[in-house]
Design a protein around this ligand. Sequence first.
Ligand SMILES: Cc1cc2nc3c(=O)[nH]c(=O)nc-3n(C[C@H](O)[C@H](O)[C@H](O)COP(=O)(O)O)c2cc1C
Ligand SMILES: [Mn+2]
Length: 476
Amino acid sequence: MFSDTRDFIEALHAAGDLHEIEKEVHWDLELGAVSRLACEKDGPALWFKRITDYPAGITAFVNPMATWRRVAVAFGLPPDASLKEIYAEYEKREGQLIAPVTVAGGPCKEMIRRGADIDLYDFPAPMLHDGDGGRYLGTWDMAVCRDPETNWVNWGMYRFMVYDSLHLTGFPRPTSHLGKVFQDHYVAKNRPMPMALVIGADPISHFTASATYHIGGEEAALAGGLRGAPVELVRCETNDLLVPAHSEIIVECDVLPDCAGLEGPYGEYPGYRTGEMGNGIFCRVSAVTHRKNPILTVDATGYRDDSSTITALTGAIAIKRRLERHGIPVMDVNVPREGAVHLAVIAVKYGGKQMSREILETLTSRRALLSKIFLVEPDVDVYDIGKVLHAFSTKCHPAHGIHVVHYEGRANTLTPCYSQGERALQKGATALYDCTWPGEWSREWEVPVQATFDSIFSDSTKEKVLANWKSYGFKD
Ligand SMILES: Cc1cc2nc3c(=O)[nH]c(=O)nc-3n(C[C@H](O)[C@H](O)[C@H](O)COP(=O)(O)O)c2cc1C
Ligand SMILES: [Mn+2]
């Protein structure tokens, strides 16, 4: 298992999933545009070796897990593992928690900068998209914070913009765990919240920071379990938080309870720039520690970015678990890449109005990041989007098969189809498309027979045709 970004880069190189760019590239839009196009082409991860205005040793590693091949490598699976295998592997490992261990020091302490030595512009934070509100230092990152009452430590991946040489502004959504801890325990008591922004830890730690995980659940232990070995943590210089010792860059800060800072807009994961510049959390940096020749990790956020794989995968399994807990006969769940974490395909033993309502209620009761659900029967392979679209197109009744639930105060503020007004109120809706045959239809004589090779022919016809296949002149 990988202890840091550097090991992972090496493994990607060996798997043919890394492209190193020696030519000098500008942090102002050029790096972002190259990286965006690489995502849209399902290309390899990128390692920019020369960045304009920065010394040769300071590099940027982009789109770490934005393809399923790279997710497989990060999990120690063969690079060509199927989507189904990757889902199954995560599902198998996610229940095994291994608590982190604390170590006295580590590579992230090679350089320590405090006070007047702090300058966030020491790092080549890119201006990723035309129209972004600023340069983003935190994209492939993890923000560490602690609930002071229970000592629950949360890791979350949220974007952070360079405000000036000493301050960051960030955009954890109000429904995020950091957002909740900050509001409940620090804003309410008017106390600054210690936070550590970690950049360039091992890939599985970042993966867990972006995972859908329960309140009170520690992503550090989830990461240990997924890696099969504890994550080594080291104490920050200016607060009590612990951070992965092998990280590239740590920004220690205080999030001020009584200040907001301008943040965004940004080219976001659904594939649009939706918002305007708004108020983000305001972070005053207290120390920066980093490795020698630090590697800045970056997600070129937008269509088919890292969220389209990792957030989708953990979101799908979280949906499955939640439905199981509520006694719903769920078989498989896929959150397809093309749906930008807005669409889930759920296979259940049977559908219908009652089942549809129960699923909608269950999945939107706390926070509702997804807004569309395709409900299918178990004979539809949820990982095969062609088959899913076929089921949707043919089986979902346009008048009776669409169920909608409306809510306020917990909608996804980044969903592009919501108006600015809806977003301000966190108001939204989730639609479920029931692509299953009505339960009251007789399976024998009302449910249509599929006109496919497998379904519409007798075994003897199929066997004969398969046995003779090559003799018809087909190669395979
Ligand atoms: C590259 C990337 C960037 C993300 N940026 C944000 C962000 O700016 N704000 C946010 O609320 N969620 C963001 N997310 C999603 C969160 O990481 C995800 O919802 C995670 O569950 C948050 O952790 P939490 O549940 O502990 O709050 C991002 C995910 C990825 C993969
Ligand atoms: Mn969490």
